[in-house]
Design a protein around this ligand. Sequence first.
Ligand SMILES: [Zn+2]
Ligand SMILES: [Zn+2]
Length: 299
Amino acid sequence: MTENLRVTLLGTGSPTPTPDRFGPSVLVQAADQILLIDAGRGVTMRMQQLRVPLAHINALLLTHYHSDHTSGIPDVWLTRWIAFSENPKATTPFNVIGPTGAKVLMHHLEKAYAADIAIRAQDIPPKDPKGISVTVEEYIADGVVYDKSGVKVTAFEVDHGPAAKPAYGYRIDYKGRSAVISGDTTYNENLIRHAKGCDLLVHEVACARPVLMGDVHFKRIMSHHTIPSEAGRVFAQAKPKLAAYTHFIMRSTAEVPAPGFAELMEQTRQTYDGPVELGEDLMSFEIGDEIEVRRHKTG
Ligand SMILES: [Zn+2]
Ligand SMILES: [Zn+2]
């Protein structure tokens, strides 16, 4: 148990399959609580790299229902049950919290995997059916959606475009430490309000070379996401102790290559001169009196 709030980026990619950047997912650890925010591609692999048992996840919190944020759910949910037999926590239901849509999603996943569940339930030793059961809590407005062992999670609505409603971000508070996860959003005042003065602000970003800024496809993507100069405006107003980018959408075309991180930072610096990290998979932030940034050693 720690007095610190620890946030680890499990996946920092976008829908584009990228071997070194898995799908969006954030691990939050504080007190005896282990929370997962979104479950993108490869989340179970990153959890294994950290040696955090899937069975120990207290809750999965979803930001919205784009598949890049949810495609890892069946893997987490089913694998934790398979791996449960030696763990006493293996008997607790899988706890999912999200805006409207979580119930439908989980209900249909239970149907889709009914055959697998029925087969494995007969394995030796028999699996506890509670371990594969799902509890879903949906919310419909901003507010506290989780509060255990002093770890409080507040959901706040963001703007991911009119078609991707509902879409939310989360603020985690623990013993005076705080972290905010933007979810997928364009520049958003509600996010700024909830992120004011937080320790860590993890924000999505979409970037393209200036020549593509007029491109019709990029414009469409940008109406749902945040370009670096706009993210910089968010950081400048929220004034987190540390900002970190995740969910990198680096736009390219056949003629114009994707921008590099130097360009992304250059565009960020047009509007923000405070501390900012380029997130990586398995980068963790130990939030105490100071914020310690750690990179995962491979091998
Ligand atoms: Zn999305
Ligand atoms: Zn996304």
